[in-house]
Design a protein around this ligand. Structure first.
Ligand code: ADP
Length: 591
């Protein structure tokens, strides 16, 4: 298969997988954007719902004593019917924590508590106790309450509110008076009432401001917040500010200026319709106190939270994309590699059959000629024998190569390492190779290091590697068959270089030539081969803990270098020796 077709196949395969994956990922990305949008809306809704929920809770809790008190029968208050009033007030067991006490007073009851302000305990230790037992004479606040009620009647108002101190703590007291000339309109009484009014009785209650701020407010906020936070993807933060803009409560430490929703709630502990009729207290001039409620997500904006909520998914998506791309790349690469390998194998079969057949045919031809006695002269017969011998050696070399590589790869070939002078191995190989060199018309020059270069090596395996390098150097040098062999030392390495002035190897292929079956495609003049020689050299060098490298310039030649790690004792010997002699260790000699 040609390189172009292999490439097209890889591209087609990549597209077949990449396009559906890309479509899937784009859907996934779109759904992430939708998710972000939905998160944004959920966050907005949750914040505004929480703000509204808080307003409702506050309003209903602030009004709760007023509603309860409305149920208390005015006549029963006037008669100081404690059983009846107590039964109603006892039903307020669920009164918010800031509502401290209820009060009743009458000057026309005719009973034992006449003209005495009675306080009803809202939270007794025994809730089941007789409600009548929960009444007791009020403390110093009785004066304030009475004064408030009297003042209201004088000013013809139906509700009174006052801030005062009870038991050393700030309170708000609210009073609902009863006079002897009650108007039909519960708001304002007619100015022209002919009968002078007289305060007969009142009912009222007190709000503990400390408890309102320190107990009620945090409790009420957290009960609303807890419910909201079970649905939130980021914790909601509530900030409450008073009318001066001072933070009176915050559910978490954040900048009070960053919020999503803002609401105001009036601290109305009485009927809103009576707002204009207030007698006194801090509300007279400025209106009722207000709380500003802010809800939000701390210092984070909704958009950033919504974005962050999908960030991890986006990362995962990105990672998936990278992994898929990497997988596709590796898949395509290994496909190209496999196709290429298959291609090389088929080339191998073709060339190996050629490599086997050619020498066999020659051997057969010349052997038959000799056998039939057709050769007349002894010289001609010797020539034929030489040809038969050479071709047989070629065949043996080829078979050796195939067997060597398969044994090396499968690890069947046992290496027998022993300390050898690498120069001896090179010398021996050159000697064995002499005939072939002469036959091919090549010349080999060699240079050796002056002293022994001991390495731990399997001499036979190294010879196989060297033979391959030498035969390549001759084979791929069509014109100048000048081969140079050098043995040298470089730091802790013993180096064997085989240099030629042949075809050279293009840069792109310098790494691949060491792969099994790899051959550089050439024209019809390309020498035959199997693509196994350099793979064997590479395997042998790896087994020796060394390596093979090539430096080449196309058209100018190549230099293959085998580097062997030198034995430690050998290195020490070399160093002592060179110090003793006081000269460079390398000495050149030309063989
Ligand atoms: P073979 O020689 O049987 O093809 P090798 O594994 O020995 O297999 O070499 C692989 C390829 O490397 C060869 O096909 C050749 O193209 C290239 N090659 C090897 N040695 C040399 C050299 N000395 N000069 C130029 N090319 C070489």
């Amino acid at each position: 298969m040609s390189r172009g077709r292999t490439f097209r196949l890889a591209v087609a395969m990549t597209f077949a997988v990449a396009v559906p994956i890309a479509v899937l990922l784009s859907f996934q990305y779109r759904s992430l954007s939708d998710l972000e949008h939905t998160s944004l809306q959920v966050l907005e809704t949750l914040s505004s719902q929480t703000a509204d929920g808080l307003v409702n809770t506050f309003q209903s809790d602030f009004r709760s004593p007023r509603f309860e008190l409305a149920e208390v029968d005015d006549d029963a208050v006037q008669r100081l019917d404690l059983a009846k009033v107590g039964a109603v007030l006892a039903g307020l067991g669920r009164a918010p924590v800031h509502v401290e006490s209820f009060y009743v007073w009458s000057r026309v009851s005719g009973g034992p508590f006449d003209n005495r302000v009675l306080e009803f305990e809202t939270r007794p230790s025994d809730m089941a106790a007789d409600p009548v037992e929960r009444f007791r004479p009020a403390g110093a606040e009785a004066e304030t309450l009475l004064g408030l009620a009297e003042d209201m009647v004088r000013r013809r108002l139906t509700i009174g509110i006052e801030t005062t101190t009870i038991n050393g703590r700030p309170h708000v007291v609210v009073v609902k008076p009863r006079t002897d000339n009650m108007p039909a309109d519960p708001g304002r009484r007619p100015n022209d009432s002919p009968i002078p009014e007289r305060l007969l009785a009142f009912a009222g209650y007190s709000i503990d401001l400390d408890k309102l701020y320190n107990v009620y407010l945090p409790g009420a906020v957290s009960s609303v917040l807890d419910k909201a936070n079970t649905r939130a993807i980021a914790p909601l933060v509530v900030t409450v500010l008073n009318e001066e803009g001072r933070v009176v409560y915050q559910s978490a430490q954040v900048n009070p200026g960053s919020f999503v929703d803002e609401r105001t709630v009036r601290l109305l502990f009485f009927d809103p319709s009576a707002l204009g009729l207030l007698r006194t207290g801090p509300w007279r001039d400025r209106g009722p106190s207000t709380w500003t409620i802010r809800t939000g997500y701390g210092n984070q904006s909704i958009a950033s939270i919504a974005h962050a909520s999908t960030a991890s998914h986006r990362w995962q998506l990105g990672l998936l994309l990278v992994l898929t791309a990497a997988g596709l790349f590796l898949g395509a690469r290994s496909l190209v590699h496999e196709v290429h390998l298959a291609e090389m194998k088929s080339n191998f079969v073709a060339s190996i059959s050629h490599e086997l057949k050619t020498p066999l045919a020659l051997i057969q031809l010349f052997a038959e000629t000799l056998e039939l006695g057709r050769v007349k002269t002894a010289d001609r017969a010797r020539e034929y024998y030489t040809i038969i011998h050479t071709e047989a050696r070629k065949l043996a070399g080829l078979i050796d190569n195939i067997l060597d590589l398969s044994r090396l790869e499968s690890g069947v070939r046992p290496f027998q390492f022993e300390p050898v002078d690498i120069q001896d191995v090179v010398r021996e190989t050159l000697r064995d190779f002499e005939n072939q060199i002469a036959h091919s018309g090549a010349s080999v020059t060699s240079r050796f290091h002056g002293r022994p270069l001991m390495v731990s090596a399997d001499s036979e395996a190294v010879q196989v590697a060297l033979r391959n390098l030498l035969s390549n150097a001759i084979k791929y040098s069509p014109q100048h068959k000048n081969v140079f062999v050098e043995v040298a030392r470089e730091q802790s390495q013993a180096l064997v270089r085989v240099a030629d002035q042949g075809l050279g190897i293009p840069r792109r292929q310098r790494r691949r030539i060491f792969q099994k079956f790899y051959r550089i495609e050439g024209g019809p003049d390309q020498p035959t081969g199997t693509g196994l020689g350099l793979a064997i050299v590479d395997q042998v060098m790896r087994a020796h803990g060394g390596r093979v490298e090539v430096v080449s310039e196309p058209g100018r030649g190549s230099t293959f270098t085998l580097s062997f790690p030198m034995a430690k004792e050998q290195l020490r010997l070399h160093e002592t020796d060179s110090r003793d002699r006081g000269r460079a260790p390398d000495a050149a000699g030309v063989a």
